[in-house]
Design a protein around this ligand. Structure first.
Ligand code: UDP
Ligand code: MG
Length: 317
């Protein structure tokens, strides 16, 4: 029996470019793939233009073209989650509707999957589309992510990816709401391979992700994947406390025990300032401790499974 591949495409207000993308780029590639059944799943993410009716017309023509339509805009991450939930394929390939990711690479993704990869991720070879701010921003983002202990995410990795049924099933079990698909799939583990590609220009229309949305996405990634931001202030607190404690001891010994041999004449105000700095340090530390408790609660509410079993690799369970 032929294997099935589900191609999942989230679309939000893409009326200007989507017809061109589908007729001229995506479907010609998919039509050439004869060894697999292809199901195409569009997720209309609350478009306010004609995107939905365009997609519905495609769905009329073929039963293998499916449209999930959201009641409003829920964001691309959620749209991908819905697509993966409805996907029936042995593998699912996710890509954007704006033509920035070349469909001509799809056979390559499938090939890598057939060779044993369970996740094949498209990685941008360079940042063609973005302006300087976004370029620097994304460099900083990956640097921070790494510093915060997320070792799974490769810089430049995108949502142009193919994932095996085993990974889809595990992904569908995850219940957290504030989700970053990339981060979650990386977190799941499995045999991951990469394909480099050049991120093209949009066929038409404007990206829905502006700088501020990207910024929020970055913050969400940090918060959902790691607790380090909570602890930074705790570390600062420790440094301040130690420093002001040493300074305080210095004042006591130098001024009161030895009788100010250095002739500093530090008065009460200076001593008070050192003492207050010491207290500020303590407050920061205690905040970080509270933050740790919150982070544990946060981890519990995310409800992630303790571990992911690779069912294909396990035996006689
Ligand atoms: N998208 C979506 N919901 C949104 C925003 C975007 O489904 O709220 C879709 C959009 O139609 C496109 C993909 O997600 O297919 C990527 O969006 P965009 O091109 O705006 O982002 P970028 O290219 O900057 O990653
Ligand atoms: Mg785009």
């Amino acid at each position: 029996m032929k294997k099935t591949i589900s191609v999942i495409i989230p679309a939000h207000n893409e009326e200007e470019g989507i017809t061109h993308f589908l007729d001229k780029e995506l479907f010609p590639v998919l039509d050439k793939i004869k060894d697999y059944n292809i199901e195409t799943i569009f997720v209309n993410d609350g478009s306010t233009d004609k995107t939905l009716s365009i997609l519905q017309q495609y769905a009329e023509k073929s039963r293998n073209i499916k449209v999930i339509s959201f009641s409003r805009n829920f964001g691309k991450e959620v749209a991908l989650a819905a697509g993966l939930r409805y996907a029936k394929g042995d593998a699912a390939l996710t890509m954007d509707a704006d033509g920035q990711q070349p469909p001509s690479l799809i056979p390559k993704f499938i090939e890598k999957w057939e060779q044993g990869a369970e996740i094949v991720t498209g990685v941008r070879d360079h940042f063609t589309k973005h302006g300087l701010v976004q370029k620097l921003g994304s460099k900083l983002f990956y640097w921070l992510l790494r510093k915060m202990g997320n070792r799974y995410t490769v810089p430049g990795s995108t949502d142009f990816r193919l994932i095996d049924r085993a990974v889809i099933d595990e992904y569908n079990q995850l219940t957290e709401h504030n989700r970053i698909t990339r981060g979650l799939i990386d977190w799941l583990g499995f045999n991951q391979q990469y394909i480099e590609y050049t991120y093209g220009a949009r066929i038409a229309g404007k990206p829905s992700y502006n700088l501020s949305k990207l910024f929020h996405l970055a913050i969400d990634s940090f918060i959902s994947m790691s607790t380090t931001p909570l602890l930074i202030f705790g570390y600062i607190g420790v440094i301040i406390t130690i420093f002001s404690f040493l300074l305080g001891m210095f004042v006591i010994i130098q001024q009161y025990i030895l009788g100010d041999p250095l002739h500093l004449y530090w008065n009460g105000a200076v001593q008070m300032e050192i003492f207050i700095t010491f207290l500020v340090g303590l407050v920061l530390i205690s905040q970080a401790i509270t933050a740790l408790y919150i982070s544990h609660i946060h981890a519990e509410t995310q409800g992630r499974p303790l571990y992911i079993v690779d069912k294909k690799a396990s035996r006689n369970l």
